[in-house]
Ligand binder design. Structure first.
Ligand code: FAD
Length: 401
């Protein structure tokens, strides 16, 4: 059985592998490593798992990626979410998976060829359930959309889930792994063989393998091992709106306006809405991100354009019915995560660089375990960190990231 504890000072202990960070990515990583038979310790500086970026997310997953490397990882991950109880070996966990699709919609005629091209690429990537929906079908199937909506891409496989349950599901299913809460990594020791220990505020953990799953802090953890990682952290917010308004289409998919980057989805007791501001500047990694009150108003304004019901729903909103929260996306030079050995320090591995870490976490956790145990060769892994040094990368054209 795995163990989630608040350790007291432990002096020096030894393990096969240390996972740094207890978000959904770290928890999935610890799960797969312990399943591979490695003695695993996960260290988390906060007092609970799933309490930083993972808790700030809108908890969605999608398969609609034009980049094959992303589609492969997301298809594997969705399959694991769909079979979560069997994957983690726990019949009583409920991750509340809801598959109502992602709907990427536009009212800009000039964008329609891009949507059709994207769907062709999704199919080539194996995302065969994805479809292009033209104007008349669009309004029949999604009558809540504004009359000017012209076309969309859609895949019913996409959806959302409880990230808290998924993170704890991985942790509880993680065989003999130990999860140390309130344990902050303060340094990483190396010797001639590579990584030799992880220093924490509770003691030193001797190990030859470390996986950096520190979310927005991955660059800081990397620098402790001497790596200068090309990561950018950017604040992203979401607004929860509490409402039981009869005009809310409670069975709607996750709906994205491709013109103004506004998105929304139903959520228990109301809805979530947000927008991705392409001009939001970088901000340093932080646990204390200020939220803007006008973010909710701006999101409602943007989403209402193609989802006019939201204007009515938000007409008489009271301040206490709106909650804005924030976290950080992490971007790499090609907007795809890094999964694999650091290439510079033996035993120092990376599973970070995510703006989409929830949806990729199950597959990424298994991949990093396969790379560490030698089941997968790094050259066969398109998301290897060393792609940047090799110059083997390019930005893709997936919508909304
Ligand atoms: C508004 C918003 C909406 C989003 N929506 C989605 C979505 O719908 N779908 C999706 O896939 N993604 C979404 N994301 C992104 C997603 O939330 C992240 O990619 C994902 O949560 C990353 O998980 P993680 O485990 O890597 O990071 P985190 O959850 O941040 O976990 C990293 C952990 O490392 C710990 N840590 C850091 N430094 C140390 C240290 N020195 N010692 C010990 N522990 C340390 C931190 O305390 C933290 O708990 C969204 C993000 C935001 C902000």
């Amino acid at each position: 059985m795995s163990e989630i504890t608040l350790p007291t000072q432990f002096g020096t202990i030894t393990t096969d592998v240390v996972v740094i960070g207890g978000g959904i990515v770290g928890s999935a990583t610890a799960f797969w490593l312990s399943k591979a038979g490695m003695k695993t310790i996960l260290v988390e500086k906060r007092d609970a798992l799933s309490s930083l970026t993972t808790a700030a997310s809108v908890e969605c997953f999608r398969t609609q990626f034009t980049e094959k490397a992303m589609a492969d990882l997301s298809l594997t991950s969705v399959d694991m979410f769909e079979n979560f109880n069997d994957v983690v070996g726990l019949p009583d966990i409920d991750i509340h998976i809801t598959q109502r699709g992602y709907l990427f919609v536009t009212d800009d005629e000039a964008q329609l060829p891009d949507l059709k091209k994207a769907v062709t690429q999704y199919h080539a990537n194996g995302v065969t359930a994805a479809e292009y929906i033209g104007t008349s079908d669009l309004h029949k199937r999604f009558p809540f959309l504004a009359p000017q909506a012209l076309g969309a891409t859609f895949n019913i496989q996409d959806g959302w889930l409880s990230t808290h349950e998924a993170t704890y599901g991985f942790a509880k299913g993680a065989a003999d792994a130990r999860f140390f809460m309130k344990t902050a990594v303060t340094g990483i020791q190396t010797d001639s063989r590579g990584v030799s220990a992880v220093e924490t505020d509770k003691g030193t953990i001797s190990t030859r393998v470390v996986v950096n799953c520190a979310g927005p802090y991955a660059g800081i953890i990397g620098s402790m091992a001497g790596l200068d990682m090309p990561l950018r952290t950017v604040k992203r917010q979401k607004a929860y709106i509490k409402t039981s308004h009869p005009d809310l289409p409670a069975q709607a998919p996750f709906t994205v306006d491709l013109v103004n980057h506004g998105y929304w989805r139903p959520e228990a007791g109301g809805l979530l809405c947000a927008w991705v501001d392409p001009d939001e500047p970088e901000s340093p990694p932080s646990d204390e991100l200020p939220t803007d009150w006008d973010f909710a108003a701006e999101s409602i304004h943007r989403v209402s354009r193609l989802n006019p019901f939201l204007e009515k729903v938000s007409d008489n909103l009271k301040a206490e019915d709106v909650n804005v929260s924030a976290g950080q996306y992490v971007y790499t030079p090609d907007d795809k995560p890094v999964i694999g050995p650091s290439g510079e320090i033996d035993g120092f591995y990376l599973n970070c660089g995510y703006w989409c870490g929830v949806m990729m976490s199950p597959g990424a956790g298994r991949r990093i375990a396969d790379l560490i145990t030698g089941k997968m060769a790094n050259k066969d892994n398109p998301l290897r960190y060393t792609r940047f040094a090799e110059g083997d990368f390019e930005k893709g054209d997936s919508f909304l990231k």
